[in-house]
Design a protein around this ligand. Sequence first.
Ligand code: DGL
Length: 258
Amino acid sequence: MTSNAPIGVFDSGLGGLSVVRELRRQMPDERVVYFGDSANAPYGVKSSEEVRRLSFDIVDRFVTMGAKAIVIACNTASSAAGKQLRATYDLPIVGMEPALKPACDRGEGKPQHVIVAATALTLRERKFGELMDRFDATNVIYRQPCPDLVEIVEHGKLGERDLVMRALHGYFDEYDLATIDSVVLGCTHFVFYRDYFRQLLPGSTAIIDGNAGTIRHLRDLLAGHDALAPAGSEGGVELHNSDPSRAMADLATQLLNG
Ligand code: DGL
């Protein structure tokens, strides 16, 4: 069996479009409805309760639209609301978490020095604490919030190199980067900065994000539910945003098409 229903993907704003890009690459037959909550961004400095409330509102919309699955393309909303959403709705819900496991696994037994860049809320939620518990006895893990990196994307300033590099230096100059094995991009907004991180970091430091793994998981889950789109279907992306301005719509289209 197959399903032509759309997949609902959401984020606090535009960061989740980095996940949609990967979805389009791996699953071009699928229809996607994307909701960016830019009017309420950033989520990373809000309380867990507030992020949970906003996330439930968005998933309600997707259910009304007949979505066959949900992707929480936001590490912050996944930590604050993923478990509760899964317990409430009877459809596949894929969440995200900072890709700390692949970063630590790279060491093949050798302790790794890893910086996890994420939002303040992701880093203080219990979900991340549990992830840390699995890896920090045998690795050295630093937690680095980077709130300006969310704002720069939301304000359409990702192309302003000096501004971006100043922000990155502000967050990362305190580390001896030559000793860092990898930096985990634990916020979907940060994935858009990959080339800038490459300029900042030594060639020996890996840059790791969870987007490809998240979409592989989505594909497996849909396959298990017999709910993949029929091969050769015309996939596509419909963009929605809680900020109804033309400028936001243009920015979203631009980030999606990269
Ligand atoms: N893109 C989001 C994440 O992956 C959160 C950004 C924010 O709104 O603070 O965590």
